[in-house]
Design a protein around this ligand. Structure first.
Ligand code: PEP
Ligand code: MG
Length: 324
């Protein structure tokens, strides 16, 4: 019933043994904001900003960016908003102005790389994010970080934008900065990256694509696109442990985060936050509230003793069916 739903969305996403896992919403379009509030999300864990650039021939202005971010931050009423800097290219069709034909777009000029090539595009967005950050807690998330040079270049661009605004007398806050871990090199360097950011967010969609060498959009090989491949679990474990060794939170924001069959396993990995489509939050919250971290660890350990993704998948599915 409506009332039960109303009650449920205010329940804490806390396990039976007392760990709170923040449940954030992924956002792709502004019109999804009411759904975020309905689901009782703790915040926005991933605001995909590509929509600002799509379906037009000119570039969005700083004020256009700012209006969108400010509105979102205000509507979230103090809950953190994680704005990912633009990840155009590859599967996110870039506008013609920025687009080049590339033989391997997924390995080409996308995300931070595209921003480094077009510093004005990046600067415009960073300035708008910084301006919006005075209206509530904003976190900046850099996509497709593959190593320290890219991360430092992105941070330097953010710092330069802040300096500029300061010189112009425009107020800004100091947003937290995070790196998406979605390239295997970044997962393997998570300890170094964690030393230079405030949070990590694992993008499993791309991490799976790049680790398994499976184009996330290619149907011919879709059967090999396996979230529970042991290599993926190992990398995720490495990332969570690296973040925690540095005392920073680790989130998962790929599709995996919203699939309730994986929730217990993700608890076992020790993730602090999950970010997903708002509509997935109620079910994931229910699983969290019916689970313990130690059960999650047990499941993860047993799963990781198996060899194949098929076996792991079957084991996890069976366990979840028995338990919930
Ligand atoms: C991911 O890669 O897991 C992710 C969340 O980013 P996107 O799906 O936008 O590439
Ligand atoms: Mg990605």
């Amino acid at each position: 019933t409506e009332q039960a739903f109303e009650r449920e969305r205010t329940l804490p996403s806390r396990t039976l043994d007392g760990s709170v896992v923040r449940l954030n919403a992924n956002l792709e379009f502004e019109i999804e904001i009411p759904g975020v509030a309905r689901a009782g999300a703790s915040g926005i864990g991933l605001f995909r900003t590509e929509f600002l650039y799509l379906g037009r021939t000119d570039l969005p202005s700083e004020d256009e960016h700012y209006e969108v971010y400010r509105n979102l931050v205000i509507q979230m009423e103090g809950r953190p908003v994680t704005i990912r800097t633009v990840d155009l290219g590859a599967d996110k069709m870039p506008m013609d102005r920025l687009r080049r034909s590339e033989p391997n777009p997924a390995l080409g000029l996308r995300a931070l790389r595209l921003c480094r090539r077009n510093p004005e595009v990046f600067r415009t967005q960073l300035r708008a994010i910084l301006r919006a950050s005075v209206h509530g807690p904003v976190r900046v998330l850099f996509p497709l970080v593959s190593g320290m040079i890219e991360l430092r270049a992105a941070r330097a661009a953010l710092e330069a934008a802040r300096e500029e605004l300061r010189a112009e007398g425009i107020p800004t806050a100091q947003p937290e900065v995070g790196a998406m871990i979605e390239v295997p090199s970044a997962a393997l360097l998570a300890d170094r990256i964690a030393a230079e950011v405030d949070f990590l967010s694992i993008g499993t969609n791309d991490l799976i694509q790049y680790s398994l060498a499976i184009d996330r959009q290619n149907r011919e090989v879709a059967y090999l696109y396996q979230p529970l491949h042991l290599s993926i679990l190992r990398m995720m474990q490495l990332v969570v442990d690296a973040g925690h060794a540095r005392g920073i939170p680790v989130s998962v924001c790929g599709e995996m985060a919203g699939e309730a069959q994986y929730t217990l396993m993700l608890l076992g990995l020790g993730v602090d936050e999950l970010s997903m489509a708002a509509s997935a939050i109620p079910l994931v919250r229910r699983v969290i509230r019916a689970s313990t971290i130690s059960d999650g660890r047990e499941l993860l350990q047993a799963a990781m003793a198996l060899d194949t993704a098929d076996d792991i998948e079957r084991y996890v599915r069976t366990t979840m069916e028995e338990r919930y």
